[in-house]
Design a protein around this ligand. Structure first.
Ligand SMILES: [Zn+2]
Length: 354
């Protein structure tokens, strides 16, 4: 069984085991791979970040022999295939025994498009993948992969937002592909910066801003009563068309990205930005409280292919996997509250009581 592109090791090994009606532990045991050492969760990863399985070279070789897939092919499909850090296998004079470690993933992972997953695997089991930013959108099935979120520490059950009523987001994705093809890593950095800036504007938008509000309403599932929740969950999708337009502007005016200004001082791109994004309010210097160069950052990259992963819309490098919605300013209405009875930090959301 072949892995899906960008799949996590844990997802692939788990599916491999499931295909043979085994648990992951039983599969590893049958291949004489030591039970992986489980590293305690660290707070900085959040309680619901996906767990990754890191295997040492000897264990990877056994998986490769078992599947008949050369190690290099597995490494191409699985971004963390070779990311084992030493000290997890039991070392003898003959070298490390096959083994590994289970610990929270360092890279942001999302659940791939459910329809594509069923088409590729024949099953509806979610597949965790380290999808690059320009692959978060599935244009065929009109979905956007949201990534894991928590609300007061409880896992939010929504994994995707549907784009059927927001075709401009799919069009922006095509533009994103073209940008990456043309400019490579430069485009990734411009998009990372643009994403942070548009998120800043979304949060501090004046009442005159209506496009993002209206788009958020279109992205909320039809008939839902929790549009404010979706406005925060889908924030990256909501600002995505403007993010890509801003990144294109940066690509044509690269020096402007690094230009240092002071709060309240006009940025030389202000007029151009207001025109490109079709926002009169962005003409006002008060909406540029920080120097735009403060938003420069790079997305985490695959060291082999230089593929950039998600371009976080805020400085969350220490929290790459799970994002707490209340930290983004979302306050749930009283109808949504934590279940006090769930326990073990897995409180479920109790949905609308009407
Ligand atoms: Zn799809």
């Amino acid at each position: 069984m072949r892995p899906l592109a960008f799949e996590t090791n844990a997802s692939y090994i788990g599916r491999l085991a499931g295909a043979h009606h085994l648990t992951m532990r039983e599969l590893l045991s049958s291949l004489r791979i030591y039970r992986p050492k489980i590293y305690p969760r660290e707070d900085r990863h959040g309680p619901h970040s996906p767990t990754e399985l890191y295997l040492n070279a000897a264990a990877r070789e056994r998986i490769s022999q078992y599947t008949g897939i050369p190690g290099e092919q597995l490494a191409r499909a699985l971004p963390c295939w070779k990311d084992h850090e030493g000290g997890c296998g039991r070392r003898t004079t003959a070298g490390a025994h096959p083994g590994g470690a289970l610990r929270p993933s360092n890279l942001p992972a999302v659940i791939g498009c459910p329809h594509c997953t069923i088409a590729r695997t024949g099953q509806d089991q979610p597949v965790w993948r380290y999808l690059p930013h320009h692959r978060l959108v599935c244009a065929r099935h009109q979905t956007w992969a949201l990534g894991p979120h928590t609300l007061h520490g409880a896992s939010v059950p929504h994994t995707h937002v549907l784009l059927h009523r927001a075709p401009e987001i799919v069009h922006a994705c095509y533009a994103h592909h073209r940008l990456v093809r043309r400019w490579g890593p430069d485009a990734d950095d411009a998009i990372a910066q643009a994403a942070r800036i548009t998120e800043h504007w979304r949060r501090h938008a004046p009442p005159a801003e209506h496009v993002w509000h209206e788009r958020a309403e279109r992205l909320a599932p039809h008939g839902t009563h929790d549009a404010p929740l979706w406005a925060v969950l889908a924030r990256e999708a909501i600002t995505y068309p403007e993010t890509i337009a801003l990144a294109r502007l940066f690509e044509h005016r690269p020096a402007a990205r690094y230009l240092r200004t002071h709060p309240g001082q006009r940025h030389p791109l202000q007029t151009a930005i207001a025109q490109v994004l079709d926002r009169d309010w962005l003409e006002g210097p008060q909406h540029y409280p920080d120097d735009l160069s403060h938003f420069i950052g790079t997305a985490p990259r695959d060291h082999n292919s230089q593929t950039a992963y998600r371009h976080h819309s805020e400085r969350v490098s220490l929290h790459p996997c799970t994002i707490e919605l209340t930290a983004l300013g979302y306050q749930p209405p009283p109808q949504i509250r934590r279940s006090a009875s769930a326990g073990k930090g897995t409180a479920r959301l109790v949905r609308w009581k009407r």
